[in-house]
Design a protein around this ligand. Structure first.
Ligand SMILES: *[C@@H]1O[C@H](CO)[C@@H](O)[C@H](O)[C@H]1NC(C)=O
Ligand SMILES: *[C@@H]1O[C@H](CO)[C@@H](O)[C@H](O)[C@H]1NC(C)=O
Ligand SMILES: *[C@@H]1O[C@H](CO)[C@@H](O)[C@H](O)[C@H]1NC(C)=O
Ligand SMILES: *[C@@H]1O[C@H](CO)[C@@H](O)[C@H](O)[C@H]1NC(C)=O
Ligand SMILES: *[C@@H]1O[C@H](CO)[C@@H](O)[C@H](O)[C@H]1NC(C)=O
Ligand SMILES: *[C@@H]1O[C@H](CO)[C@@H](O)[C@H](O)[C@H]1NC(C)=O
Ligand SMILES: *[C@@H]1O[C@H](CO)[C@@H](O)[C@H](O)[C@H]1NC(C)=O
Ligand SMILES: *[C@@H]1O[C@H](CO)[C@@H](O)[C@H](O)[C@H]1NC(C)=O
Ligand SMILES: *[C@@H]1O[C@H](CO)[C@@H](O)[C@H](O)[C@H]1NC(C)=O
Ligand SMILES: *[C@@H]1O[C@H](CO)[C@@H](O)[C@H](O)[C@H]1NC(C)=O
Length: 502
């Protein structure tokens, strides 16, 4: 189970042209052909970010612009494994990014597929979540997923992939990538972990989702629990200095007890898989007083924090790795000696994901340049070539262990055309820069032209080279023809190739 959140379709979008988003934020309206601006946020069409899939219009009327189109990814009998958006990360890979994907099915699979498909979503080499929007869609809502990731390369890739439950074409409505300041969630080591949002709530609040411009990073703070205390205006709140920079507005409402008695919340509301979680709870005292409001906090009966003193300037208590499983309860009790009722303003819970790692950088460079030399590379040659394991590029197999290298390239009969040679610079990439671990290279049954690069003979581990049934020319280089232990097949086909003397 991974959380999907309700997201009420907004039929009318308020115009607030006075705000403008930060230029480094990237908002992609998948399947759209034109730019649009909604609530001061600019959305771009997705064509510059993806080379596969088909744009479609959703039939449902009166939708928010970003939900009105999707991009779908034809499965072709699962021939292709993953479909990736590639986002250039302008602030570099030391910055972490909030990634949000939004899904509204809108019946694009036709009458034979009334329910949305279930599929996987991936960021770089990390399997992020199973996307199951069935329940939200049945309720007329879109669903979104949000996570925090540090890119592993110059591009961040966000991919969709079929899993064993997928019964129609995966689709996506929108994709957002927003850089976060270093200080946000900085107790987490984002080289090792990513965070996947489970819940983010503004307590005692019943309006529509709090987001940009209240939250400068456009995180979504959903309403949770009605409060009978009146809200304050943001001018009456003096919260500052909290590293995660929650919006001031979440401190204007609260869930509270008037009497000094425990406040129990069943929160987060969903049943959670057994895993470790990042939890942040936010508080600000709403009175100026000499007697301080002190809380003891427990989660499922386990002490989370004792004698927390609330102040009008705000305080956060976070746990960077807290185990949770199933339903959760959060209890706030006045500390011994404190006779003022407890309160809470906001909270966030993320599941911690261990990041999937990355393919050896030199191999990535080499295979990217091989990809450039094909006119028609396989559509799933995007994202990390080897990872996640079950979603390596078509035809690519990789080594196990911590150093992940490409060991096999089986591109048999993939209808490839292009010149793998004589553009030696590219083959140089293949041979001398990298792919030193390559053992098997199958390029047979394609339409590849040009000569066989002698540099292939330098691949120390190469033991199978099949290039028959192409349109190669020139001579078979002697260091390849004579390479001991190499199983070489150049015929049939290749009528213009000069065969080695045997
Ligand atoms: C990186 O992403 C940009 C678009 O943001 C794309 O044009 C480029 O081809 C991508 N690079 C790679 C290696 O995929
Ligand atoms: C998807 O969610 C629906 C509704 O919650 C559930 O009935 C279904 O079993 C889920 N499908 C998968 C494959 O998890
Ligand atoms: C997190 O950011 C704050 C504010 O910049 C800084 O004081 C603190 O040392 C940082 N913590 C870590 C673990 O980097
Ligand atoms: C809120 O702030 C305004 C302006 O500073 C002030 O006039 C008002 O009395 C304050 N209200 C409360 C409840 O503190
Ligand atoms: C959660 O998983 C851990 C480690 O796999 C195990 O020790 C623990 O008992 C599990 N907890 C629950 C509540 O299932
Ligand atoms: C909260 O969780 C603890 C531990 O699971 C349980 O003993 C307690 O009964 C729960 N309290 C409520 C109000 O559900
Ligand atoms: C909390 O504060 C009370 C009163 O100041 C003190 O007696 C108690 O030991 C404190 N508890 C902890 C866990 O520090
Ligand atoms: C290469 O891929 C083709 C098509 O998927 C498959 O039939 C063949 O068995 C594979 N060859 C090797 C050596 O894995
Ligand atoms: C060979 O590669 C270079 C550099 O990438 C490129 O400019 C050139 O057009 C390529 N030549 C052919 C014949 O593909
Ligand atoms: C095969 O290569 C020859 C010689 O370079 C060329 O004339 C011919 O057009 C090529 N055929 C195909 C089908 O690419």
């Amino acid at each position: 189970m991974i959380a999907a959140f309700l997201f009420i379709l907004s039929l009318f979008s308020a115009l607030s042209p006075s705000h403008s988003q930060r230029p480094t934020d990237i908002r992609i309206d998948c399947g759209a052909t034109e730019k649009s601006t909604i609530d001061g946020i600019e959305w771009l069409p997705d064509t510059g970010y993806i080379s596969s899939g088909t744009p479609k219009n959703v039939m449902t009327k009166d939708l928010l612009q970003t939900l009105a189109t999707v991009r779908t990814f034809p499965l072709k009998n699962n021939l292709f494994k993953k479909f990736c958006y590639e986002i250039q990360v302008v602030l570099g890979r030391t910055t972490k990014y909030m990634v949000r994907t939004t899904y509204f099915y809108g019946g694009i699979g036709g009458d034979s597929n009334p329910r949305p498909p279930v599929f996987d979503q991936i960021v770089d080499g990390t399997l992020w979540a199973v996307v199951n929007t069935t329940e939200d869609y049945m309720n007329g809502n879109s669903a979104y997923y949000e996570g925090i990731f540090k890119p592993t390369g110059k591009n961040l890739s966000v991919c969709l992939a079929a899993n064993t439950f997928t019964d129609s074409d995966p689709f996506i409505s929108s994709l957002e990538v927003v850089p976060l300041w270093d200080q946000l969630y900085n107790s987490t080591d984002f080289n090792t972990y990513a965070l996947s949002l489970v819940a983010r709530h503004s307590f005692g609040f019943s309006g529509s989702i709090i987001k940009y411009p209240d939250d400068q990073f456009d995180r979504y703070w959903e309403p949770f629990g009605e409060s009978n205390s009146p809200s304050l205006s943001s001018e009456n709140v003096s919260v500052s200095g909290i590293w995660n920079v929650p919006p001031v507005r979440v401190f204007t409402t609260r869930l509270a007890k008037e009497q000094p008695e425990p406040l129990v919340l069943m929160w987060p509301p969903a049943s959670l898989p057994n895993s470790t979680y990042y939890i942040a709870l936010y508080f600000a005292d709403d009175r100026v007083s000499t007697s301080s409001r002190m809380l003891d906090i427990t989660i499922n009966g386990i002490t989370y924090y004792n004698n927390l003193s609330l102040t009008p300037t705000g305080v956060v208590v976070f746990a960077s790795q807290w185990p949770l499983s199933g339903l959760t309860n959060l209890t706030l009790t006045p500390s011994t000696g404190s006779n003022i009722g407890p309160l809470i303003n906001a909270g966030e819970v993320f599941q911690m994901l261990t990041v999937g790692g990355k393919t050896l950088a030199r191999d990535v460079v080499a295979i990217e340049s091989l990809k450039q030399s094909f006119h028609n590379p396989p559509v799933d040659w995007n994202g990390d070539p080897c990872l996640p394991r079950q979603y390596s590029w078509t035809g690519v197999t990789c080594s196990e262990g911590p150093r992940i290298r490409i060991v096999t390239l089986n591109l048999t009969g993939m209808g490839l055309s292009g010149l793998i040679s004589p553009n030696i610079s590219k083959m140089t990439a293949l041979t001398t820069i990298s792919l030193k671990g390559l053992e098997i290279l199958h390029l047979e049954d394609n339409r590849l032209g040009g000569q066989i690069a002698s540099l292939l003979g330098n691949l120390k581990n190469l033991r199978e080279l099949f290039v028959y049934n192409n349109n190669l020319t020139g001579q078979v280089p002697s260091n390849i023809a004579g390479k001991p232990g190499l199983n070489l097949r150049v015929t049939p086909g290749n009528p213009f190739l000069i065969l080695p003397q045997s």
